[in-house]
Write a protein that binds this ligand. Structure first.
Ligand SMILES: [Zn+2]
Length: 242
């Protein structure tokens, strides 16, 4: 019996530094507000992510609104092969979701610019009261995950797959650790690649979506995918813990 025939693929991708070349969230708060010392405090564990976003939002220059952020986001440099990758997935009926610990206010305009509004996005939200004063909202927070993210990527994945889904994860940084740990096929660069090495999570190193697209074509063509045993165990444990 060839069980692999029943399997289907689902792609989950980080946004900042993965889809966009720079961390767009960081750039926006640097340009329109105050970024340090808060970012260093976050990295050093002196601030948790929810408090961090709260402070950064308070520190935004008066008058900064969704429109200003949208206009800035539309200028962001995006990985040159991301759109080709997205179209390949769409042609092959592979759903692509964006998982981010950043905000909808700048993610959606980037996707819309490239005609990718069909992608599902799981991230934090910025709500602008009276058109300005930004307040962060965390619809995908998790109490049980150890990831320290405001938007838990693991949970957003688990809520959208079934037992026959092979989860593909793409990311670059610490907010991607829990997502990668619970995925079957991982594409990793930078901090995430180091984390995968330390924790013996098999992964494809990549530098751009050109590499990912090349490998994905091969995976799909040769049906080179299966459920990763350790990831399956972790998913089961996560579901039980929630
Ligand atoms: Zn998590």
């Amino acid at each position: 019996m060839n069980k692999s025939k029943e399997l289907k693929l689902a792609v989950f991708s980080d946004f900042d530094g993965t889809v966009t070349k720079l961390d767009l969230g960081d750039e926006i708060f640097k340009v329109y507000g105050k970024f340090e010392p808060y970012h260093s405090d976050l990295r050093e564990g002196k601030l948790n992510i929810k408090d961090y976003w709260q402070i950064l939002c308070k520190e935004l220059n008066p008058g900064t609104n969704a429109e200003i952020i949208r206009t800035y986001a539309e200028q962001a440099e995006v990985d040159s092969y991301f759109k080709d990758f997205a179209e390949f997935c769409r042609e092959n009926n592979i759903p692509v979701s964006i998982l981010s610990d950043g905000f909808d206010t700048y993610i959606n305009p980037v996707l819309n610019k490239f005609g990718l509004e069909w992608m599902k996005v799981y991230c934090n939200q910025l709500v602008f009261n009276n058109g300005s004063t930004a307040v962060p909202v965390y619809p995908y927070a998790s109490e049980s995950c150890e990831c320290l993210c405001a938007s838990c990527k693991r949970n957003s994945m688990l809520n959208n797959v079934d037992d026959n889904t092979v989860l593909i994860y793409i990311g670059d940084d610490y907010s991607d650790y829990c997502g990668a740990e619970h995925s079957d096929i991982v594409f990793a660069k930078k901090n995430l690649a180091a984390y995968c090495n330390e924790n013996k999570i098999p992964h494809y190193p990549y530098s751009t979506f050109f590499d990912i697209l090349r490998i994905m074509r091969d995976i799909v063509k040769k049906k080179k995918f299966k459920i990763r045993h350790q990831a399956k165990i972790k998913r089961k444990q996560a579901i039980e813990a929630e």
